[in-house]
Ligand binder design. Structure first.
Ligand code: ADP
Ligand code: MG
Length: 349
């Protein structure tokens, strides 16, 4: 059978884990990244270093790839469109354009009649001063991740306590009193053809994911609703591949869509060990048009993100039989940088 060569844009840990999963099902990968020290270099069959808007780099990447996918959102739309003019780019560039902008993303979710937090577009200091979305979180419309580009504003007086760059566009979001955060990872293979993983419960520290638990401890109604909402979003986007929907649950058990990730997701790392087919393998299967296999959860699991120097505790450590350690092999340890993760499996309840 013809096995396409998969081009992946982005060379972080998600690219590494995609490349490893591809290898396990006999798919070759080429990674394109603007960082020559990208960790995925250690895991892919080929690595191309260059800027995402450099014509020659893109040509080289196109020449090597049969199908193209990506592992992060912040890719210029023009880059994806240029690539799409000669090879299949999955998920479609238009999907990424909507999701990479928090304002477009939230507008889209509301158009699907699904609940988000209350939010308002902020284009200037005047807009912010006129807003009544306090306490709130001011977030850049583009390029934010792991809480970067976010300001917690308890009241209007707080506005001047931060050095906010008003040349960026923002949204301000009403702060939600959170009971829990969960995520739903799914892989869509085509019209109404899904594999949906059980909702995962997520605990953040400093707005960075720290722990994920499978399954999430939530009532059946919220579990069903979150899976249904995630599949509505995937269907409306006509999405192909693995995506993730992050949800908030407030103290009154209201469900809100927080974010959509048009890619594999950190909270889904535990699918590598807890399911017969991981989110990574499923992404490759869907994007490359391979067989869809029914997923089965084999274990309960907990995932711990190893951030900054925490990685040192696990390098060379003897692990228990139910523990799986992933070292992303990043060149430099930095504070707040995701360096690796540990998954601990338990028997299913
Ligand atoms: P990022 O792109 O950095 O993941 P998120 O919007 O998901 O941005 O915010 C990161 C985390 O910050 C969330 O997972 C949540 O813990 C917290 N957070 C974000 N927005 C709100 C909100 N409106 N109310 C309460 N907590 C929030
Ligand atoms: Mg998030």
């Amino acid at each position: 059978m013809f096995r396409p060569v998969l081009g992946i844009i982005g060379g972080g840990q998600l690219g590494s884990l995609l490349a490893s999963a591809a290898k396990s099902i006999d798919i070759k990968t080429v990674i394109l990244c603007d960082d020559n020290d990208a960790p995925a270099k250690h895991f892919a069959d080929e690595f191309i270093h260059g800027e995402y808007n450099d014509e020659n780099t893109l040509k080289k990447f196109l020449y090597k790839s049969d199908i193209i996918t990506y592992e992060f959102e912040n890719i210029p739309f023009l880059t994806l469109k240029t690539l799409e003019s000669s090879k299949k780019v999955i998920p479609k560039p238009e999907i990424n354009r909507v999701i990479q902008n928090r304002l477009f993303e939230k507008d889209f979710v509301n158009k699907c009649n699904l609940r988000t937090t209350m939010y308002q577009h902020i284009k200037s200091k005047n807009d912010l001063e006129a807003s009544n979305f306090f306490p709130g979180l001011l977030k850049t419309c583009t390029l934010g991740y792991d809480g970067k580009g976010q300001y917690k504003l308890n009241n209007k007086e707080d506005i001047d306590n931060f050095n906010i760059d008003y040349s960026n566009e923002y949204i301000i979001e009403k702060f939600v009193n959170l009971k829990k955060e969960i995520s739903v990872v799914l892989t869509r293979f085509g019209h109404q053809r899904y594999e949906i993983y059980d909702p995962i419960e997520n605990v953040h520290e400093d707005q960075i994911l720290k722990f994920s638990y499978l399954p999430a401890i939530i009532d059946d109604q919220i579990r069903d609703k979150s899976k249904e909402w995630a599949s509505i979003l995937a269907e409306e986007l006509d999405y192909i591949g693995t995506m993730c929907v992050e949800f908030f649950i407030d103290k009154n058990d209201n469900l809100y869509v927080n974010e959509i990730a048009p890619r594999v997701h950190n909270s889904g790392h535990l699918t590598l060990n807890a399911y017969n087919i991981s989110q990574f393998e499923n992404h490759i299967r869907a994007v490359c048009g391979l067989e869809k296999i029914k997923i089965e959860r084999q274990y309960d699991a907990k995932m711990i993100n190893l951030i900054g120097s925490q990685i040192n505790e696990y390098r060379g450590k003897k692990l228990n039989e139910n523990e799986y350690f992933y070292d992303y092999l990043k060149k430099e340890i930095k504070e707040k940088r995701k360096m690796g993760h540990l998954t601990i499996l338990n028997k299913k309840d």
